[in-house]
Design a protein around this ligand. Structure first.
Ligand code: ZN
Ligand code: ZN
Length: 358
């Protein structure tokens, strides 16, 4: 935590502020260790304050030993009053993406008459969070391990006639039994033509012989997340499915080869997209190649055609090309990876297979 705080403080001068209010829950947790659901951090070059309510005072002291804990009662204004009086803050940054207009107005009304300017900032902590330390990679690895084990357990029991919804519940239950905090997101179970919808919510459709089954799941562990997709036919796949599956598998492989420190996220996306385009399915891959995974299931870096992110060693992200054909179904193959100096280390261990024999 100390080194995170140190690296964060180095960003303050460049951002042109004397201090920053951190309000986004995962950013608060990342910098302080505090896991409570309410509070703000006030961080400057020589102070680190965690302002939170009565419910969390004891927990805050235990979880965030590098922070001075201030008790507030809802509004942050009394703490801001102390801050301005004691610590001579003139330019105070805040997270523009995490503060409501109402709260911004409340702070602004108080600070305006006192010569303090509120400076909107974006993505300052997120920028640090994109590169993981080994402790974080360890937690993500554990979350991914539970995800792999869950998929294996559920597939070994898969029977015709089970509905998408029932399968999704088996997945959630298995994750919890294997030690997950819970699912990272509502499991996606799409069967038959439903697999053409990348984020299909599980419904009452029953799995039938020869169906495409697309399962996209992730477990949460220790605050961190994981993300995995496998697609296969339950029974005998036809030539069309095998062709589409192989193109997606190749796009996944090509992207893994292209990802290295210094590469632009857009160029890695383009490498995978080219494989799909060359096979004639360019129009059917309508989402980005991947996203960072950490304290939040979708975070930086973003891998897509318009991304301006650069990849760096220590980043954890997904590689998830897909082809979706309305009325027919779809295939997505998603792995979680961590970028090393030499290239990609794949965290997801689930085997990739186009068909599950019945
Ligand atoms: Zn996913
Ligand atoms: Zn994903």
């Amino acid at each position: 935590m100390k080194s995170r705080l140190g690296r964060f403080r180095e960003l303050l001068a460049d951002a042109g502020v004397d201090a920053v209010i951190i309000s986004q829950p995962e950013n608060r947790r990342y910098l302080s260790g505090f896991t409570g659901s309410a509070g703000h951090l006030l961080v400057g070059p020589n102070f680190a304050i965690l302002a939170t309510g009565f419910r969390y005072i004891e927990q805050a002291g235990q979880e965030a030993p590098d922070f001075e804990v201030w008790r507030i009662n809802g509004s942050l204004v009394p703490a801001l009053r102390e801050l301005v009086r004691k610590l001579a803050v003139r330019r105070l940054g805040f997270e523009a993406h995490a503060v409501t207009y109402q709260i911004y107005r409340e702070w602004g009304r108080y600070l305006r008459g006192r010569g303090v300017r509120l400076v909107p900032l974006r993505g300052l902590v997120e920028q640090l969070r994109a590169v993981k330390d080994e402790e974080e990679v360890g937690l993500i690895r554990k979350a991914a391990e539970i995800t792999d084990q869950t998929l294996a357990a559920v597939l070994s029991n898969l029977k015709f006639g089970v509905t998408e919804r029932e399968l999704a519940w088996q997945i959630e239950r298995t994750m919890r039994e294997l030690g997950a905090d819970g699912p990272s997101f509502r499991p996606i179970v799409a069967t038959g033509p439903n697999a053409a919808r990348p984020h299909h919510p599980p419904g009452d459709r029953r799995i039938q012989p020869g169906d495409i089954v697309l399962i996209d799941i992730g477990a949460a562990f220790g605050g961190y997340h994981s993300d995995l997709t496998r697609t296969f036919v339950f029974g005998r796949p036809d030539d069309k499915f095998l062709e589409v599956w192989r193109v997606v598998a190749e796009a996944n492989e090509v992207a893994r080869q292209a990802a290295r420190p210094g590469a632009s996220a857009a160029e890695v996306d383009a490498a995978a997209r080219e494989v799909i385009k060359a096979a004639g399915y360019g129009e059917n891959f309508g989402h980005g190649l991947g996203h960072g995974v950490g304290l939040v299931i979708h975070e930086g870096p973003r891998l897509g055609p318009k991304s301006e992110d650069k990849l760096a060693a220590g980043m954890v992200f997904t590689i998830e090309p897909g082809i979706y054909l309305p009325g027919w179904g779809g295939v997505r193959i998603e792995d979680l990876v961590v970028l090393r100096d030499y290239g990609v280390e794949v965290i997801s261990q689930s085997p990739k297979f186009p068909a599950l024999e019945v």
